[in-house]
Write a new protein. Structure first.
Length: 313
């Protein structure tokens, strides 16, 4: 198998593992990242988004379901890469990868790139941990430097650092989990940093954004554009819609008291103004098609219902 096929195969094997060892492995990754962030200057709290945060409860308990959309997504890549003698990008990444700070910009204009199996799409198939640090405004630059050094000291890195090598590491991690062993290596990092003032403003704004959207039958949108660690810290091409993360998966860790009060107030206001059905409608509006297909999984639907009902109560 070429590296594309190996990435898709490893991701599918990882998805089919839904035992408690995998859940505990995710928690091991989260705790390591949180420990590093807590020891970074300016730390005011952290939070997780994406998988598995929209699956597990606030105490990171629950069973991990098999999400058929992820398997379909992986199969799409596997089929696109199969039948090809090799992957044109593999040699390039092995020889020039260290000089590519941003895979999107370097690969976008390359005539050898097949859009269906370009490097960024391959890396997006790999499991990772999506964590955010909220930082004092005047400490952001210092925090970025310290955090990178701490991650290096623990042997943790993003998939961009060595895409081909990362695929091999994921294969090793999956094999160990299949054999019932706790992996020693960590999953690839997907970490972001955002200033306290920007994040606090988003928490204040979100009830109004949702209310306005419901009143006017439009999609609520609050852009959140953090600095993200790829090979270096950078602003990605597009912002995230904070409404989606807030509703579906944002899981806080150790927030500063004033920030925690803002979160509780925002959830309370939303819970007072909207019903469970309203909040399902809002999620439907903000979710991209890939998330909608994932939410066809019954367990994810029940988890979302439980999440928003806690605000309503």
């Amino acid at each position: 198998m070429n590296t594309c096929m190996k990435a898709a195969d490893a991701s599918t094997r990882f998805e089919r593992l839904n035992n408690d060892l995998k859940r505990r492995y995710f928690i091991k990754n989260m705790e390591r990242i949180n420990t590093i962030m807590e020891n970074t200057p300016g730390y005011c709290g952290s939070f997780g988004t994406g998988y598995p945060f929209y699956v597990l409860d606030d105490n990171l308990q629950g069973q991990l379901p098999i999400i058929n959309e992820q398997i379909r997504y992986n199969t799409e890549l596997y089929d696109a890469a199969s039948g090809k003698e090799g992957w044109a990008c593999e040699e390039c990444l092995n020889t020039r990868g260290s000089r590519m700070p941003d895979l999107k910009r370097f690969c976008k204009v390359c005539p050898q790139v097949d859009d269906a199996i370009k490097p960024r799409k391959v890396l997006n198939r790999l499991p990772d941990v999506d964590m955010w640090m909220i930082c004092q405004d005047d400490k952001v630059e210092e925090a970025k430097t310290v955090m990178v050094e701490l991650f290096k000291s623990y042997g943790m890195h993003t998939s961009d650092v060595d895409p081909v090598g990362t695929v091999d590491e994921i294969e090793e991690i999956v094999t160990q989990l299949e054999e019932g062993r706790m992996p020693s290596k960590m999953l690839p990092l997907d970490v972001h940093i955002i200033s306290y003032s920007e994040f606090a403003s988003l928490l204040d704004e979100i009830p109004f954004a949702i209310c306005n959207a419901m009143d006017n039958n439009v999609t609520p949108y609050l852009p959140i554009h953090p600095q993200s660690l790829r090979k270096t810290w950078q602003y990605d091409d597009t912002a995230y819609n904070f409404v989606l993360d807030f509703l579906l998966s944002m899981t806080p860790f150790n927030w500063e008291k004033k920030l925690d009060r803002k979160l509780r107030l925002s959830r309370m206001v939303i819970g007072d103004m909207f019903t469970e059905e309203d909040l399902k409608t809002i999620l439907e509006k903000v979710a991209p098609d890939s998330v909608k297909r994932r939410m066809e999984t019954k367990q994810l639907q029940k988890r979302y219902e439980s999440r928003v009902n806690a605000w309503i109560k």
